[in-house]
Design a protein around this ligand. Structure first.
Ligand code: CP3
Length: 364
């Protein structure tokens, strides 16, 4: 369903207005993985509970979601959870170790795929919807911050469910793709159905924009992307009941895929750090001139000196402009990131003034 214009009566948050292509005095800013280990406030809570328990305890998850917003004042609050939560609800055993997520019984056969269910999101992941409802309530007094929901896209979810965890070469996944594409399609279809229900439940519970993380879509060539990834991203985007709820699509390592991603039909494309925003803008607008861009500071820049952070953010802002742009990183915040750099990034964006009469922006 195409987006309809936002009601004039309800002032939409800056982030949502940017998703609709409005011209703004400055772009909105939030950071992928803005909640997490770089914050001592997060570590303090994590010392009391393991990661999955944190995801399943709404009081704590709400607190952790709001921490970065309270500390830095981003324009968006992202629900605290993980992309793999729905995979557990489908029937996979899921653990989180020091090395990241782990499925001790990864998918090995068609029989295992057939056993997976398409979970009812309220019944099996009601804690996520509780977190969303509570965040919505907490943000009601401040309409300037948008509530962001998210899900992993089918391909990226399949990669973890087949590889059993974080992978370097994705050998198991790719071997499956070449040996038995039909069965892989069955899994991807089931995952798409799951993700659609899951995101629609988040929308019903109150998220105002959703981000679809297809982190590992960049490991395929464009022709393979068109076969194994694009149709499922498209299925999800079309399946979302999104009157006024824009969809952001993120792929890491997407330089060879930007046009195909634009064809998938998202409202916003989140660009990684390797493609300059002006180049991405030109390529994507040839497919659809209305697509908004998000990104794309290299998360490693936050480890540089403050004046360098400020300069790089300012450079990025002048490429992004004040229309059709959301300021963010090119990938998630890294665990050891100095918080002064995050403060500097957010402050630089907030002090940046875009003059609508001019084509570019200036630092104010
Ligand atoms: O602040 C936020 O962005 C919200 C929460 C969020 C988490 N994971 C919390 C988390 C979000 C949006 C995610 C998405 C996610 N999870 C992705 C897609 C985005 C990306 O970074 O590419 C992926 C691939 C995962 C899977 C995952 N979860 C991995 C690979 C890891 C371990 C490595 C890492 O980056 O931390 C996790 C664990 C995880 N997810 C943590 C957090 C805060 C760290 C857990 C801890 O406290 O030990």
């Amino acid at each position: 369903m195409p987006l309809t214009s936002i009601s004039q009566l309800e002032p939409a948050p800056r982030l949502i207005r940017a998703c609709f292509g409005e011209t703004l005095d400055r772009p909105p800013v939030w950071l992928m993985r803005q909640a997490g280990r770089y914050l001592p406030e997060y570590q303090a809570i994590r010392q009391q509970v393991d990661f999955l328990t944190l995801c399943k305890t709404p009081d704590l998850a709400v607190e952790v979601s709001l921490q970065p917003y309270r500390i830095f004042g981003m324009d968006g609050v992202i629900l605290f959870s993980d992309i793999l939560v729905p995979a557990e609800a489908m029937g996979m055993r899921l653990e989180f170790t020091d090395k990241g997520p782990c499925f001790p019984e990864p998918l090995r056969s068609k029989a295992m795929i057939d056993k997976l269910c398409i979970p009812d999101p309220e019944e099996k992941t009601g804690f996520v919807m509780d977190i969303v409802r509570r965040l919505r309530q907490a943000l009601r007094s401040n309409s300037e911050a948008a509530l962001i929901g998210f899900a992993g896209a089918p391909w990226t979810l399949a990669s973890y469910m087949i590889e059993g965890g974080v992978s370097r070469n994705f050998t198991g996944l790719k071997a499956w793709m070449y040996n038995d594409p039909e069965t892989l399609h069955t899994l991807l279809h089931k995952l798409a159905e799951t993700v659609i229900l899951y995101l629609n439940a988040q929308i019903a519970a109150g998220v105002q924009v959703v981000q679809l993380f297809d982190t590992w879509a960049g490991i395929l060539a464009e022709s393979e992307y068109r076969t194994f990834i694009l149709p499922y991203q498209q299925q999800v985007i079309q399946g979302i009941s999104r009157r006024n709820v824009p969809v952001i699509l993120y792929v890491n390592g997407s330089a060879h895929l930007l046009e195909a991603m634009a064809e998938t039909g998202p409202d916003v494309i989140s660009v990684d750090a390797l493609t300059p925003l002006d180049v991405a803008r030109q390529r994507v607008s040839e497919i659809n001139p209305n697509i908004v861009l998000q990104g794309n500071l290299d998360p490693n820049i936050l480890f540089a000196r403050t004046e360098i952070v400020r300069q790089k953010v300012t450079d990025m802002l002048s490429l992004g402009g004040n229309q059709g742009y959301i300021c963010n990183l090119g990938h998630g915040v890294l665990p050891e990131t100095p918080r002064e750099s995050v403060t500097c990034m957010i402050e630089t964006v907030k002090n940046h003034i875009c003059k609508p009469a001019l084509s570019g922006c200036i630092s104010g």
